[in-house]
Each structure stands twice: as C-alpha cells, then as structure tokens.
Write a protein that binds this ligand. Structure first.
Ligand SMILES: [Zn+2]
Length: 243
C-alpha cells in the first residue's frame, strides 16, 4: 500500500471512531506499523472527526517523532507496548466506547471467564483489565496483556484493540463494545453463564488455525497479515463439533 493510501486509511479509521460514538473531545488515537519499522499515528489535540492524512505524525521504531508538523498523542507508549509484544500486529486503536469504558472505570472485566464462543476466536480467551496507568507510568502491563489477546480494557480509562489490518482492529473495538452491552444486560439478569473450559480450549485452537491472535510457529498456521477474513462461524461449528 502506498504511503498516501495508508495515510488515507488511518484518517478514515480515526473519523470512524468519532462517527461510531466511541470518542468525544480529543479522545482516541490510531497508529499503524510501517514496513521500515516506524509508525504513523494520529496527532494529539484534535477531534477524531477532523483527522486528515496530511496532519499525521511519523515515528521511528523507538516511538520518537521524525516527521509531520504536529505532536503525537501522549498515549503512544501504550501502542508501542502492543507493537513490541506482538510482531503480527500492524494496527492499534484506542477509544472510549461508553459501555466498555464503563466496565473499565469500574475496574471489572465483562469477559473473564468468557460466555460466548465467537469472541473467544476473535479476541482471545478473556478481555483483561490493565490496572490504571498514571501518566508516565511504564506501559509494560499493556504489552503483557496483549501477549495472548487482541483487546483489553484500560482501568480508569478506556479500551485498546489491535489487528493485522485496520478492519480487524476496528471490528474488534465494535465487538468489545457490543459484548460490554450484552454483559451488562446479563448482569442485570443474574450474570452470564461461563463457557465450559474445554470448549474455550477448542475455540482457542480454532483461533490459532484461523491465523488470529499471536503468531504461533507450532500451530501449523502462520499469522495471516491481511486478506479475506476467516469464516469464524464455520470454524466454531467445526471446533465444537469435535468436543
Ligand atoms: Zn484515552
């Protein structure tokens, strides 16, 4: 993809965060890993509704600004922690979707243990809550959280998702917020019932087989950087049919 096309795609993702109601004011940020090892990111102090390709910031592999006329957002260290923990990740998206963020500020995960099959394949075995990180604190807990999962809540803050493509990272944010709403309803009805742990194991095998989540050299399926989305419903039917 050309630099210009990538810039356009990143600006489109930023505007989508605002259009979906997942950010307000200057909240939210998006970054993408460049082929040369650096990154392209949204600038700080701008509404995500107003992000345009020419205002993006270029960073080197250490997260130092090397291009553009604006400042990068202060949360870039969180993105960098995900990129370093996960060589398969190309896109990182941060937003404050209201329901998922409600759980995050309550310091509670809504998906640990998991209660539905498809999100285990798409996101991982659980959605962890990273304890609140004060400004300037080490982002290492974020890298640790993303070692096995593609979405996490940031305590007292918001949500973070990643993907091998912009589409996957945004769909994961959408799924996270949707799941948060389902969990809230289930909570009012007495709580969701956890999946059987043996089903979760089988679903994680399907996740690895689909090339989702961290690349596992021993899984027999290399990470799939881009291309058509795997048929998750078929993978789940196949996986659970064998339990
Ligand atoms: Zn934030």
């Amino acid at each position: 993809m050309s630099d210009e096309a990538l810039r356009r795609e990143l600006a489109e993702v930023a505007r989508a965060l605002h259009a979906r109601g997942w950010v307000a004011n200057h909240d939210g940020n998006v970054s993408v890993r460049l082929d040369g090892g650096g990154f392209l990111a949204t600038p700080t102090a701008v509404s995500k509704a107003d992000v345009h390709p020419e205002m993006l910031v270029v960073l080197d592999a250490d997260g130092k600004v090397v291009g553009g006329t604006r400042k990068v957002f202060s949360e870039f260290s969180l993105h960098l922690a995900v990129f370093r923990a996960r060589p398969d990740v190309r896109w990182v998206v941060h937003a404050h979707p209201p329901t998922a963020t409600g759980w995050a500020v309550a310091g509670r995960s809504f998906f640990d243990p998991p209660f539905m099959s498809e999100p285990v394949v798409s996101l991982g075995a659980r959605v962890p809550v990273v304890p609140f990180l004060a400004p300037g604190a080490s982002a290492a807990p974020v890298g640790d959280a993303f070692a096995e999962v593609d979405a996490a809540l940031l305590g007292g803050h918001g949500a973070l998702t990643c993907g091998s493509s912009a589409e996957l990272a945004v769909l994961r944010m959408e799924l996270l917020e949707h799941l948060a709403r389902i969990a809230l309803v289930a909570h009012q009805l007495g709580g969701a019932r956890a999946l059987d742990p043996s089903h979760v194991e089988t679903l994680l095998e399907a996740r690895a087989k689909a090339g989702l989540g961290p690349a596992r050299p021993d899984s027999g399926a290399a990470s799939v950087p881009a291309g058509p989305r795997p048929d998750i419903a078929a993978l789940i039917r196949d996986a659970l049919g064998r339990v």
